[in-house]
Design a protein around this ligand. Structure first.
Ligand SMILES: *Cc1c(COP(=O)(O)O)cnc(C)c1O
Length: 423
C-alpha cells in the first residue's frame, strides 16, 4: 500500500489503530527516524478530558509545550481546545493554528518584555504571573502601551507531586509560583487591582508532570480553593481557578488515559463553590498517541552486553537520557526468538545516548523497524541537531489519511544559517 502526502491523501485501512503494517509502510515511504501520530486518538483523549470535567463550568487549554505541532494544535482547536503557552514562539504557533487569542493562557517564570507585549497586543485571555517583579513589569508595559490584561497569580502550594525531580514544580524549592506561606500571594493579588490596566482573574496552580497518583492534585486543589475563598472573604473577586496539567500516562502499556476519577475528584472539591475552572493537560492528551519508528543499523555483541544500534538517537527523543524515562519499544517485524537483554542505542557519540537499557528484546536484525511507544508528548518538541543530525520527520494519521506535518530538513538546511567569516 502506498501512502502519500496531504495533497494526495490515501486511505489507511484500520485507521485509528496504527498497526505494525501501517507503521512499516510509513517508515518505508518517509524514511526513519519518523514520528507517527494517531490524530483520531488525540481528539478522543481531548474529548474524554472535556467530558470528565463537564459537570463544572470549565475550559480546557492544551499545554502546547507537550507537542507544539501546528497541525496537531489545529486539530485540537476543532474540538474547542484553547492553548496554554510558555513563550512567544508558542503564542505564534497557537495563532497559526487558528486558536482564538481569548482562549490562550500565557504561563512561565521568565516572560520577556517582547513576549508580554506580543501577548497583550494579540489580546490573550489571561497571563499567569509568577513573581512580584513580573507583576510590576507587566503593569508598566500595559500602562505605557495602553493594553488591558487579565492577570492570574500562579501560586506555589508546596506540594511534592511524587514525580521525577526535573518535572516537579509544586515545591517551594522550585522556581515556580508565588508562595502562600509568607503573605506574598495575598499582597500581590491586592496589588493587581491597584493597577488600572490590569484585572485580577484568579489563581493558577500546576504542581508537576507525569503524576500517577491523585493525592498530590487533591492536596494542591484543596490549598488552592482554601486560599481563593480566603481572598473572597477579604472582598476580592476571584472568578477563575486554573488547575494546571500533570495527569500522568501509562508508559508500560499502550492504554489511553481514563480521566473519570480525576474529574470526580475535581467535582468533589469545586462543586457549588462558584469558580470557573481551567485545565491545562498536555502529556495526557498526546503522550500515548505517538510512535517513533526507527531502523536497526547494527546489532553489536559487546563483552558482556548486546547493543541494538538504531537510527534514532537522543537528539530525536531525549526523555530516557534526561528523565530516566521508560518507553516501551516493540519490533515491527516478528521473527520469533529473542535477543536477550540489550541496550537500545543511537549513533550519537555520548554514552548517554540510549533509548532503553537492559531491555529484553525479541530477536532483531539490521534493517528491522522498531516502534518506540508513547512519544507523543515531550518527544519531537525536544529534538535537536546534535551531531548535525536533521530532526526526525513527523506524520499525522487522521480519519484514514496520512499527513506529512514536518518534512525532514536537509543537512544543507541545517548549515545554511551559519556565517563563516573566513571564507
Ligand atoms: C507543562 C505544563 C502543563 C502541562 O503539563 P502535562 O504534564 O503535560 O499535562 C500545564 N501547565 C503548565 C503551567 C505547565 O508548565
Amino acid at each position: 500500500m502506498a501512502l502519500s502526502h496531504t495533497n494526495t491523501p490515501e486511505i489507511i485501512p484500520d485507521h485509528g489503530m496504527l498497526d505494525s503494517g501501517t507503521l512499516i509502510n510509513l517508515a518505508d515511504q518517509y524514511k526513519t527516524p519518523l514520528y507517527v501520530y494517531d490524530g483520531d486518538q488525540i481528539l478522543e483523549n481531548f474529548k474524554a478530558f472535556q467530558k470528565a470535567v463537564s459537570n463544572l463550568e470549565s475550559k480546557v487549554h492544551f499545554a502546547v509545550k507537550a507537542n507544539s505541532s501546528v497541525a496537531i494544535l489545529s486539530l485540537l482547536s476543532t474540538a474547542g481546545a484553547g492553548a496554554d503557552i510558555v513563550s512567544g514562539g508558542e503564542l505564534q504557533r497557537a495563532l497559526n493554528a487558528n486558536i482564538n487569542p481569548d482562549k490562550i493562557i500565557f504561563s512561565g517564570v521568565g516572560k520577556t518584555d517582547n513576549e508580554l507585549l506580543l501577548a497583550m497586543h494579540h489580546g490573550v485571555g489571561q497571563i499567569n504571573i509568577e513573581s512580584g517583579a513580573e507583576l510590576d513589569r507587566i503593569a508598566a508595559l500595559a500602562a505605557s502601551n495602553n493594553f488591558e490584561c487579565s492577570i492570574a497569580l500562579r501560586i506555589n502550594v508546596d506540594v511534592d507531586p511524587g514525580s521525577h525531580e526535573k518535572i516537579s514544580t509544586g515545591q517551594n524549592s522550585t522556581k515556580f509560583g508565588i508562595a502562600l506561606t509568607n503573605g506574598q500571594a495575598e499582597s500581590y493579588y491586592e496589588r493587581i487591582s491597584s493597577y488600572p490596566n490590569l484585572t485580577p482573574s484568579g489563581l493558577a496552580v500546576h504542581i508537576g508532570s507525569q503524576l500517577t497518583n491523585l493525592a498530590p492534585f487533591e492536596t494542591a486543589y484543596n490549598e488552592l480553593v482554601g486560599f481563593a475563598e480566603h481572598l473572597r472573604g477579604k472582598g476580592f473577586a476571584v472568578p477563575y481557578l486554573d488547575l494546571g496539567g500533570g495527569f500522568g500516562i501509562d508508559y508500560e502499556g499502550i492504554t489511553h488515559p481514563d480521566f473519570t476519577k480525576y474529574g470526580k475528584m475535581v467535582e468533589r472539591i469545586f462543586k457549588n463553590k462558584g469558580f470557573k475552572l481551567g485545565f491545562e493537560p498536555g502529556r495526557s492528551i498526546v503522550g500515548n498517541c505517538g510512535n517513533l519508528v526507527t531502523k536497526v543499523i547494527y546489532v553489536k555483541q559487546g563483552i558482556d552486553k548486546r547493543f541494538v544500534i538504531i537510527d534514532a538517537a537522543m537528539n530525536d527523543l531525549i526523555r530516557p537520557t534526561l528523565y530516566d524515562a521508560f518507553h516501551r519499544i516493540d519490533s515491527l517485524t516478528e521473527r520469533g526468538g529473542d535477543t536477550g537483554n540489550a541496550d537500545i542505542v543511537g549513533p550519537i557519540c555520548e554514552t548517554g545516548d540510549y533509548l532503553a537499557r537492559n531491555r529484553h528484546m525479541p530477536f532483531v536484525e539490521a534493517g528491522d523497524y522498531l516502534a518506540v511507544r508513547s512519544v507523543g508528548a515531550y518527544g519531537a518538541v525536544m529534538m535537536s541537531n546534535y551531531n548535525t543530525r536533521p530532526e526526525a520527520s513527523e506524520v499525522l494519521c487522521y480519519e484514514g489519511m496520512v499527513h506529512l506535518i514536518r518534512p525532514r530538513r536537509t543537512i544543507e538546511d541545517l548549515i545554511k544559517m551559519e556565517i563563516n567569516p573566513f571564507l
